[in-house]
Design a protein around this ligand. Sequence first.
Ligand code: PLP
Length: 394
Amino acid sequence: METSVQSPSLATGLICSRCKQSYDIHQLQTFSPCCNKPFLVEYDLSAAPEKEELKNRRQDMWRYQEFLPVFDPENIVTLGEGYTPTRFFETYENVKLYLKDESYNPSGSFKARGIGMAVSKAKEFGITHCIVPTAGNAGGALAVFCAKAGIKATVVMPSHTPAIFVQECELHGAEVVLIDGLISDCAKKVAEIKQQTGAYDISTLKEPYRIEGKKTMGYEIAEQFDWQLPEVIVYPTGGGTGLIGIWKAFLEMQEMGWINCALPRMVAVQSEACQPVVKAHAVFTGQKNTYDLPAASVANGLAVPFPFGVDLMMEVLTVSNGTAVAVSEEDIINTTKKAAREKGVLLAPEGAAVWKAARNLVETGWIKENEKVLILNTGTGYKYLDNIIARSNS
Ligand SMILES: *Cc1c(COP(=O)(O)O)cnc(C)c1O
C-alpha cells in the first residue's frame, strides 16, 4: 500500500523503541523483532500545520489526523471518541485539581481512543478478525469498533470480571472467552487462539497503533489548558499506553513549537494489589524491592502483572521527574463512594485511585502549593457498580 498524495497523515515509519531501528509502516507489524520491544510511530513534523488550524476542526480525536497513522481517511472507524471535557475539580490544600473525564467516550472508557485507532488500522490492512486479552474495557471497546467496522472480535477476559463487561461484548457481537486468572493468563490463551485462527492480536503495545490513539489525550490536554500544561499529571496505569502516549504527544508538540512550557511531572498510579510499575520504579530509583504476588483489583484496568511497556514507562517517569504510587483496595472503594457523594461524579475505580493518590501526594508535599494538577478519570463507574456495592458491604 502506498501513501496517497492527499493522505492527511504525516506518519513516515516505525522504530523499535529500544534500538531505534526503522521498520516499514506500510507493512502489518506487531512489535520489534530486533529487541522484542514495542514499536513507536514516527512523523514528519516539519510538515505540520499551525496549531491555530485546529480551531474549527471536528470534535473528536481525528481532529489530530496529521499525527495519527491512518493513510486513507476512508479507513477511519469512528464513534466520536476523544475530545472529552476537562474541568476544575477541587482545591485541595491550595492545590488546584482538574479532571479530564474519559467516561464520555464510546463504550465508556478511554480505551475507545486506542482501540478505535487500532481497528481503523486493521481496516486499512484488510484484517477480518481481531483478538485482545482484556481486563474489561479494552474488550468492550474492541466489540463496539469491530461492530462498526464489520470485523470479527474475540475478547479474552478473566472470569472474575464483572458480568456487565461480558454482556456488553456479547451484545455487540464479539466472541468472549473467560479464563481463570489475571490478564497475563488471558494473554496465553490469546496466543493459542491466534495460532489457530490467524486473528490480529491487538494486545497493549504488541501492535504500534493503540498508543497513537491514546496519545490524543496529550494533544487535548495541551489545547484545553491553552498550551500551558499543568505541573503534574496523575494517571492510572495498567499496560501504560496512556502514560507513554500522553508523553509522546508532549514531545511531538514541543518539536513543532506548539508548546514552550515545562513538561508535567508524570505520576503512575496503581493498586496495592498489583503494582509492578511502582515496584519497577522503586528498583529503578535505587530503593529496595519486595515482590508480592499480583492479585486482582476492583480497578480491573490496573491489574496488569507484567506490562510489556515497562521500560517506556520508566523512561517517562524518570525524564519527567515523576513517580509511581499505589493506593489500597479499601481506599479505592471508599474514594469511589466519596466522589459519588461529595462531587456528584461516578468515577471508575481507576479514576478514584488517581484522585486519592493526588491527595496523598499533596499531603506528603510531593505536589506543592499552587501547583496545577490534572487527574484523569479513565472510565465510567457504571460498569463497576456491582463490585463497588458488594465490596462496600463486606
Ligand atoms: C485499561 C485501563 C487503564 C490502564 O490503562 P493503560 O493506559 O493501558 O495503562 C486505566 N483505567 C481504565 C478504566 C482502564 O480500562
